[in-house]
Design a binder for this molecule. Structure first.
Ligand code: SAH
Length: 475
């Protein structure tokens, strides 16, 4: 972390502003809105600053800066248009171990003023560490749009009723659910409708009734292929409602970072020496355990939970135990890899059928008949490329059928290898393609060679053709 964020209570505390131009005037207004007792020191003052002094909002001194002025101050802001003078103020403050902000000069500032979203008593502050204030301001705009104005009055109401809420809901979990209800339920609706009295009455009525026993549930959530931008909004909300998050190994760290910080995170990937069935039994037991305790459990899976994720088995098990569930779809690897490798999975006159299969089962490949206008997608296939290629050609697909192997689809290290059924296995070995990777087979993959836009594209030229042909013949 480059800067330590801190919210100052300036109410009634003395702050010195050096400078009284328009820049200083903006800072003065901000300080006054935080209740600071502002002293302004400048050689000349802008009329708006003089007016503030005339109205008794600030104390204005016209004169030169002297370190004596720092006496009794909690904070200093240097806002003159004289760089040398700003530097003198910063140094004097630093000598007294007093925080000093030099407006628009991060290098001289020991404290920086962030971009602010004000929903008092909620304050959201954004800093780019002085590196790019425009970026901080753009983020602020987005957050302004995201955080409803009513959040301020809701928080103020919650503050007024804090002790009562604590008394009525002494248990932490119950209290947390109550706050969620405040945010999502009729109290917030009443505030949005500018009916603060109704909101308060609703809150008090809810506190008088006992909370119904919490119902545990499981949300089966698709985390998408890795890029956090590909998580759905519903998925994001689920991650922030979760008490417990049981996540697969494939789920990216960036996605996990979007989840509620104080949720219990359990990585439920296969552990060394454990077989798949034992892993699955362990996951089932964890889901039942936490849901029975009344927790909201998010079972987070890579891609889509119902595409090669054993999600169906988990739902059957939950139904058997009478546990409530919801399913939040995710972007499956096939869709993400197609999109991020520039490969249309269907394309007029080229591909009209889409087949999603696992490379793991021999039967999967045998089932497929061989019309050429199919795009075939194989999950979990990196170790079986040679066998898979062989099966497909035995079924009548030409050796030169184009295919693409997408490694780490949508993630920063994405690589797409274009090859043919004949050259695929050798090429993949030559480029050390590793899991997670998805194999797409069919004429449509050819388009990816010109439509690619993300990550790295590997074409057969990278290995001498003779080696490739030799490997293909040997296969
Ligand atoms: N439920 C997941 C699939 C789980 S099976 C989904 O819908 O995507 C795991 C296989 O998915 C991996 O072996 C790989 O073939 C594929 N896969 C998952 N994420 C991937 C990614 N980011 N890039 C390429 N392949 C991926």
């Amino acid at each position: 972390m480059e800067h330590f964020p801190l919210f100052l209570n300036l109410r009634g505390r003395r702050v010195l502003v050096v400078g009284a131009g328009l820049v200083a005037a903006r800072k003065i207004a901000l300080l006054l809105s935080a209740g600071a007792q502002v002293t302004v020191l400048a050689k000349v003052a802008h009329p708006s600053v003089s007016a503030q002094a005339d109205q008794g909002h600030i104390t204005l001194h016209l004169g030169a800066f002297d370190a004596q002025w720092l006496q009794g101050m909690w904070l200093v802001i240097a806002a003159t248009n004289d760089e040398a003078l700003n530097a003198v103020v910063a140094q004097a403050a630093s000598a007294r171990q007093l925080w000093c902000n030099v407006v628009d000069d991060a290098s001289r500032s020991s404290a920086q003023v962030p971009a602010i979203v004000d929903r008092a008593p909620v304050t959201i502050a954004i800093s780019s560490g002085g590196a790019a204030p425009v970026i901080a301001r753009r983020l602020r705009e987005r957050i302004e749009a995201l955080v409803e104005p009513s959040i301020g009055s809701l928080t103020a109401l919650a503050r007024r009723q804090r002790a009562a809420i604590r008394r009525a809901r002494p248990e932490l979990g119950a209290r947390r659910r109550f706050y969620h209800w405040l945010l999502d339920g009729p109290v917030h609706d009443a505030l949005r409708a500018a009916r603060p009295d109704a909101a308060e009455a609703l809150l008090k009525a809810a506190l008088r009734t006992r909370e119904a026993a919490p119902q545990g549930k499981v949300l089966l959530v698709g985390a998408g292929p890795g890029d956090p931008g590909l998580l759905t909004l519903r998925g994001l909300r689920a991650l922030n409602e979760a008490d417990v998050i049981l996540h697969d190994r494939l789920v990216s760290a960036e996605v996990l970072q979007l989840a509620r910080r104080d949720a219990l995170f359990v990585s439920v990937g296969k552990t060394p020496g454990e077989d798949h069935e034992a892993t699955q039994r362990r996951i089932h037991a964890l889901m039942v355990h936490h849901a029975t305790l009344g927790h909201t459990v998010v079972r987070l899976k890579g891609g889509d939970p119902l595409v090669f994720g054993r999600g169906g088995e988990e739902l059957l098990m939950l139904r058997e135990h009478g546990i409530a569930y919801e399913v939040v779809p995710g972007i499956t690897a096939a869709l993400a890899c197609g999109a991020y490798a520039g490969i249309p999975l269907t394309h007029r006159a080229v591909a009209d059928t889409l087949l999603l299969a696992t490379a793991h089962r021999r039967a999967a490949a045998e089932r497929a008949d061989a019309p050429s206008q199919h795009t075939r997608i194989y999950y979990m296939g990196v170790e079986r490329l040679a066998a898979l290629g062989e099966q497909l050609t035995q079924q009548g697909l030409p050796f030169d059928t184009p295919c693409a192997l997408v490694e780490n689809g949508s993630r920063t290290g994405q690589r797409t290898l274009h090859a043919t059924l004949a050259t695929l296995a050798a090429q993949a070995r030559a480029h050390s393609i590793a899991s997670p990777a998805l194999l797409i087979v069919g004429e449509a993959t050819r388009l990816g060679q010109s439509l690619a836009w993300f990550g790295k594209t590997l074409t057969p030229e990278h290995t001498p053709t003779s080696t490739v042909q030799a490997a293909a013949l040997a296969a």
